[in-house]
Ligand binder design. Structure first.
Ligand SMILES: [Zn+2]
Length: 466
């Protein structure tokens, strides 16, 4: 008998972590960070609800922090097995974890100075650079579609999920006493509108299916309408002299944006001449994307021709901003620029400086192109019910225009999720909805129930057998 326990991304979109075990082995699917409000993030410091030293292997769906961010803590707490991931996740994992440990160390030093002054107990970092480096030594890349025996009786294959470079749908065959069961974990499923990546691979057989539900309660607007809205916004910003600020995940969203802006430039719809990527991390990620153009979608011949020459050949006004000095210089630009920076949900990173310098300007435009979790600054911008927001210790009046362009999201929407799942043959797999806030998961659940396919929304800590 095989058991699966849900230890994260249940009733919320972050903290992806599932434990699969049979008599002989224990495999962890993802080991992600909880992200959002301070309360949510406190969960990262808690002990794992299982013994990390007892885990034989980790299988990683993709390199976003909410799927991989607690891996170094897992190692620090005793894990020492292989971490299976795709070829392109291999460099991305290094980029993500080194950046995460760097930011954490800086934040903790800052907070501890404050605590020391007020005589409070000092905080411990979740992990340190040495843990990240040791964890990276455990990576074992596997190509897409290549069935591999990873432990006795357990084989694994990765299938392109089209969400970010290297993202995978995970399929495991588990053989126990002459009986083989198949578990499919969708990981984060891409939006088929993604210009750079392929559509999510279709799978047809499973006994148990874990399906993400980030956008389970809504459908994206039509892509063409969204691109019109994007070019209208750029035109309006140019006319009234403001900047366009775009919070974007460094891996995935930023590269899609460079693509769309290059496309608009070719159509004569990009009036801005300066497009800043203000994020060393996004710059590195863009270079990793550029080194993996063989994994790209090839349905745009114009782009395919230019892509091998790098991003600057595709988008003329592109400016990489690496250093803190370069970043601060952007703060002095009062209008006419497009500024893309992280973090994608505005809860950290350089984007907060750009919001502080632009949010109070009537002529500025803020473009939201990715999912904003509950409790983040980005969510407050989307909800739009605050007149003032506290950013980097300053009270900032919200005067800029806020636009949400859902069709540019990296996640499949409700109809795309239903369509992807519909390819599974009857008898339909037992279905569990994960990686979605409650309303999204409930709405998707009722769609499945109308299709006579019952879906369960698991609770954190819940264990199922199959
Ligand atoms: Zn993701």
């Amino acid at each position: 008998m095989t058991q699966l326990s849900f230890y994260g991304a249940t009733g919320q979109v972050t903290g992806s972590c599932y434990l699969l075990e049979n008599q002989q082995q224990r495999i962890l699917l993802d080991c992600g960070m909880f992200q959002g409000s301070k309360e949510t993030e406190k969960q990262n410091a808690l002990d794992f609800p299982f013994d990390p030293a007892s885990i034989d292997a980790v299988v990683l769906s993709h390199a976003h922090l909410d799927h991989c961010g607690r891996l170094p803590k897992l190692l620090k707490d005793g894990f020492n097995g292989p971490v299976f991931l795709t070829d392109a996740s291999f460099p991305l994992l290094e980029l993500m974890l080194k950046d995460a440990v760097h930011l954490q160390t800086r934040d903790i030093e800052w907070e501890n100075k404050r605590r020391e002054r007020s005589g409070k107990e000092l905080l411990e970092p979740l992990y340190e650079l040495c843990h990240v480096e040791d964890l990276l030594k455990l990576r074992q890349p596997i190509a897409y579609e290549k069935e591999t025996i990873i432990l006795p009786g357990i084989s694994l294959s990765f299938h392109d999920a089209g969400h970010i470079l290297g993202s995978a749908i995970v399929r495991l065959h588990i053989t126990d006493e002459n009986d083989t069961k198949t578990l499919v974990f969708s990981g984060d499923l891409g939006n088929p509108n993604s210009p750079l990546l392929r559509d999510p691979s279709l799978l047809t057989e499973a006994d148990v299916l874990l399906l993400e539900s980030t956008y389970g309660d809504r459908n994206h607007k039509l892509l063409e309408h969204t691109l019109d809205e994007l070019s209208d916004t750029l035109a309006a910003a140019e006319k009234n002299g403001g900047n366009v600020i775009i919070p974007a995940f460094s891996v995935g969203r930023t590269q899609d944006l460079i693509y769309w802006l290059g496309k608009l430039e070719r159509q004569g719809k990009l009036p801005q001449k300066q497009i800043y990527i203000d994020s060393p991390m996004a710059i590195s990620a863009s270079e990793i994307y550029a080194a993996n153009t063989t994994l790209f979608n090839v349905d745009d011949p114009e782009f395919s021709k230019t892509a091998p020459h790098g991003w600057h050949a595709w988008l003329k006004g592109l400016i990489y901003s690496q250093s803190a000095e370069e970043s601060m210089a952007i703060n002095r630009i009062a209008g006419g620029a497009i500024i893309i920076a992280g973090s994608g949900m505005c809860n950290g990173g350089r984007i907060r400086h750009h919001l502080k310098y632009n949010l109070w300007r009537r002529n500025a435009h803020i473009l939201i192109v990715g999912f904003q979790a509950e409790g983040t600054l980005g969510r407050m911008l989307v909800d739009g019910n605050k007149k003032y927001l506290k950013i980097l210790g300053a009270e900032v009046k919200v005067e800029a225009k806020i636009h949400t362009l859902g069709a540019l999201s990296a996640h499949a929407d409700q109809s795309q999720l239903l369509d992807w799942a519909s390819h599974f043959n009857a008898p339909k797999p037992r279905l569990y909805l994960v990686h979605g806030e409650k309303t999204a998961a409930l709405s998707l659940q009722s769609c499945f129930s109308r299709r006579a396919w019952p879906a369960t929304i698991p609770k954190i800590g819940e264990t199922i057998s199959f």
